[in-house]
Ligand binder design. Structure first.
Ligand SMILES: NC(=O)c1ccc[n+]([C@@H]2O[C@H](COP(=O)([O-])OP(=O)(O)OC[C@H]3O[C@@H](n4cnc5c(N)ncnc54)[C@H](O)[C@@H]3O)[C@@H](O)[C@H]2O)c1
Length: 379
């Protein structure tokens, strides 16, 4: 089967971007939302983004028109899925909403249609059971913004047909992204399994060691070679996204995250980060603002506990055969922008030092910090 027609459900942050990059690779896309005004806004964003690419000479003015016209915005669901080969669902991260969407879809699509969910945290196998034919269901996790981020995690459910995995792998390559297969449908998949617990760990560092956010963030940026500090990255991602991911991941697996109450508090007070003017930090305007981080501030703090938690979760993914070490490093590079491989950082610090830190944390704060067997095997 060669995919030609794609339906993207939901025209929000992710949906309009997924529609755009698919349209730019020649797919005919139907973009569906529940109200025309949402589609109008999404199509304006697509036009703006294509025009920016033309200004930078990445595409021609004719291509702006061609790619834009490859997307048809529709409200009517029957019309949206007529003759479609692949449905990419990007409706809000709410299990009951997704459930009602799949139930409705299942009545009107034909048996060959592929279902792909862009969920960040919901179990793919469980979602797949909402349709008659779970072997045609798969997770396809894009990163924000899809127009720029190279990584796409592909997550088969336990019943996904291997041919569907291949088909989606080819689609991701065709839209010029890097597919990485998350071989087991685990909470947080690959990147979020590392990133979300780190936000909580960084918040714990503030209380436990009486640090300032700038010092912790500077240390993460300059000593662990992250593209930005963790609090900065959390504010950029959105505390609403992080809180919901925390909630869903914890529902599936209590051992993944040691929750810090600050994340829930920021979510409940609607301090979502950059987009709301306040998160961990405060922001003045709508423009993307960087926090003043420096090597001098970094010299005041050793972020070993943050490295220890990241290393432990990375090791867990390998010892549980969720992905290979190479895929893990590639996913962290493309999905989180890590500039130095995590296992190189462990080597630089010394495996024993990382294990000692985990054991120390375990003594004080419990089993969450129990070192993983893969990490132990590196001794
Ligand atoms: N925002 C991120 O950083 C990010 C990153 C990766 C994955 N995701 C996942 O992508 C999905 C969408 O997230 P988002 O941030 O784009 O959400 P969003 O709220 O920006 O957009 C969701 C859109 O879906 C529409 N919608 C609601 N019900 C619908 C229905 N029945 N049919 C069609 N459209 C419907 C809404 O009107 C809205 O426009 C979620 O599962 C989320 O977890 C988000």
């Amino acid at each position: 089967m060669t995919l030609k027609n794609i339906t993207v459900l939901g025209s929000g942050i992710m949906g309009h971007g997924i529609a755009q990059i698919s349209a730019m690779s020649g797919y005919k896309v139907k973009l569906r939302d529940i109200e025309k005004q949402f589609l109008d806004r999404a199509m304006d964003k697509v036009k703006w983004s294509l025009q920016k690419l033309a200004e930078k000479n990445k595409i021609t003015n004719d291509q702006v028109e061609e790619f834009y016209n490859n997307i048809t915005p529709v409200v009517d669901l029957n019309e949206a899925v007529k003759e479609t080969d692949l449905i990419i669902e990007a409706v809000p991260e709410d299990y009951n909403l997704k459930k009602s969407v799949y139930k409705e879809l299942d009545k009107i699509t034909d048996s060959k249609t592929i279902y792909a969910s862009n969920t960040s945290t919901l179990p793919i196998t469980e979602l797949s059971k909402l349709i008659d034919n779970p072997n045609r269901f798969i997770g396809v996790h894009f990163f924000n913004p899809p127009q720029l981020m190279k990584l796409v995690e592909i997550i088969p459910g336990t019943e996904t047909d291997p041919l569907i995995i291949e088909e989606i792998n080819n689609y991701v390559k065709k839209i010029r992204k890097t597919p990485i297969i998350c071989k087991k449908d685990v909470a947080g998949f690959i990147v979020n399994r590392i990133f979300i617990p780190l936000v909580h760990e960084a918040a714990h560092c503030l209380d436990r060691e009486n640090n300032s956010m700038e010092i912790v963030d500077s240390a993460v940026k300059y000593r662990l070679d992250f593209p930005m500090g963790i609090f900065e990255l959390a504010d950029y991602t959105g505390l609403d996204v992080i809180y919901k991911a925390t909630y869903e991941m914890n529902l599936r697996d209590k051992k993944v995250i040691l929750p810090h109450p600050k994340i829930k508090e920021l979510y409940e007070t609607k301090h979502f980060g950059q987009k709301s003017g306040k998160g961990f930090y405060e922001y003045k305007g709508d423009k993307y603002e960087r926090i003043d981080l420096s090597e001098e501030k970094a010299s005041k703090y050793d972020p070993i506990s943050i490295l220890a938690v990241a290393s432990n979760n990375a090791s867990w993914l390998i010892s549980n055969e969720v992905c290979s070490k190479e895929d893990l490093e590639n996913a962290l590079k493309l999905g989180m922008g890590l500039k130095t491989e995590i296992f190189k950082l462990i080597e630089k610090y010394g495996v024993q030092k990382v294990l000692d830190e985990l054991n120390k944390l375990k003594e004080k704060y419990g089993e969450f910090y129990l070192p993983d067997k893969y990490l132990l095997s590196l001794k």
